[in-house]
Ligand binder design. Structure first.
Ligand code: SF4
Length: 319
C-alpha cells in the first residue's frame, strides 16, 4: 500500500500506506535530491477530484500524500481506498489516520464502480485500510467491490490488500472474486518490521502471497517494497528472493518519502542507478515484471505493469 512531495519541492512528504512521532520529531527533515522533484498540482486534476468528492470516496493517493497524484489524477487515474479513512495499525511510515474506525458502508462497492466508470478506467486498483476490528478484516466488502467494478465497467481489477491477520478464510474470499492481480505489500525488509510495520508479521505476508498461488495458480501476485528506511541492498534482494520463492510475479520498489513530521524520517535517498541495479538483480530472480525507481508505487502505472508482464517485458524502471 504506498509516498510524497507535491507542493513544496524543497521538503519531503510521503506514499501509500504510521507512527513513530518521537523518532520523526527529533530528526530534521532533509532537502530532496533533484531526482525527486515533482510537479505542482494542476487544474487537470479537477475532473478526477470532482468524481472522488461527488461519490464520497477515499483514495490512497490523498490519504498517503502520494507524490504521483498530480500526474495520475491529471490522467484520470486514482486508487480507491475502501472501508473508511481510519486504519487500525500503527505503521511508522504511513499517514493514513489511526483511531476510531468508520462504519462499513454497504453501498461503497457501487460507488467505487460508478467512479471507475466515470473515469473510464480500464485497470482499477482497489486498496483498503487495515481493519483488525472486523471479523473478516473487510474481505467481504473487497469481494463485493471487485464484482461490482467488473460488472459495471468490464475493467481489469487489482486488489491491494491488508494481511487480514493471516485469516485464511478472509483471504480466500478475496481470491474467490478473481481479481486480475492480487497485490499485498511487504513494505520493508524483515529486520525493520518492528519499527516500520508494527503489528505486522513478515512470515504472515509471505503466507498470504503463497496462499493466493495455492488456491489460484493462474492469478498474478504482486508485492512492493520501500527503500530509504535503513535497509541494505543485500536485505532487499534477500526479501525479493523470499517473494519469488512463494511465487510472486510482479515486484514494485520505490523510494520512501516521509509524509509528514509524524512519520519515520528518511534514512537515505536511493539514487536512480541503484534502483536500476536492484531491478536487474530482481530480473535474475525470475520476476515477470519489475518496476524499480524513485517514484514507483504499488499502483503507479498499474495497468501498464500488467501489460509489461503479459508481453514479456521483464523490467520497467519507472522514473
Ligand atoms: S501512484 Fe497510485 S497512489 Fe499514487 S497517485 Fe498514482 S494511483 Fe494514486
Amino acid at each position: 500500500m504506498f509516498d510524497l512531495p507535491i507542493v513544496d519541492s524543497s521538503k519531503e512528504s510521503g506514499g501509500c500506506c504510521s507512527s513513530a512521532p518521537t523518532e520523526a520529531a527529533t530528526k530534521p527533515r532533509r532537502r530532496l535530491p533533484k531526482w525527486l522533484k515533482r510537479p505542482m498540482p494542476s487544474s487537470e486534476m479537477a475532473f478526477t477530484s470532482g468524481v472522488i468528492d461527488d461519490l464520497n470516496l477515499e483514495t490512497v493517493c490523498e490519504s498517503a500524500k502520494c507524490p504521483n497524484r498530480t500526474e495520475c489524477w491529471a490522467q484520470k487515474t486514482a486508487t480507491f481506498m475502501i472501508l473508511g479513512n481510519v486504519c487500525t495499525r500503527p505503521c511508522g511510515f504511513c499517514s493514513v489516520p489511526k483511531g476510531k474506525t468508520e462504519t462499513v458502508e454497504a453501498d461503497e462497492p457501487e460507488r467505487v464502480a460508478e467512479a471507475a466508470a466515470r473515469l473510464g478506467l480500464k485497470h482499477v486498483v482497489i486498496t483498503c485500510v487495515t481493519r483488525d476490528d472486523l471479523p473478516d478484516g473487510g474481505a467481504e466488502l473487497m469481494y463485493q467491490c471487485v464484482l461490482k467494478v467488473r460488472e459495471r465497467t468490464g475493467a481489469a481489477v487489482e486488489v491491494l490488500t491488508s494481511d487480514y491477520m493471516g485469516n485464511r478464510r478472509a483471504i480466500s474470499r478475496v481470491i474467490e472474486a478473481k481479481p486480475d492481480v492480487f497485490n499485498h505489500n511487504t513494505e520493508t525488509v524483515p529486520r525493520l518490521y518492528d519499527r516500520v510495520r508494527r503489528n505486522a508479521v513478515y512470515q504472515r505476508t509471505l503466507n498470504l502471497l503463497a496462499q493466493v498461488k495455492e488456491e489460484d495458480p493462474g492469478m498474478a501476485t504482486k508485492s512492493g517494497l520501500m527503500l530509504g528506511l535503513g535497509e541494505t541492498i543485500e536485505e532487499v534482494i534477500d526479501t525479493c528472493a523470499d517473494l519469488r520463492a512463494v511465487g510472486v510475479d510482479m515486484i514494485t520498489i520505490g523510494q520512501y518519502l516521509q509524509p509528514s513530521s509524524d512519520q519515520l524520517p528518511v534514512e537515505r535517498y536511493v539514487p536512480p542507478e541503484e534502483f536500476e541495479e536492484i531491478a536487474q538483480q530482481c530480473h535474475k530472480l525470475g520476476f515477470s515484471m519489475v518496476a524499480s525507481g524513485p517514484f514507483v508505487r504499488s499502483s503507479y502505472h498499474a495497468g501498464e505493469m500488467v501489460n509489461d508482464m503479459t508481453t514479456g517485458t521483464v523490467i520497467s524502471a519507472v522514473k
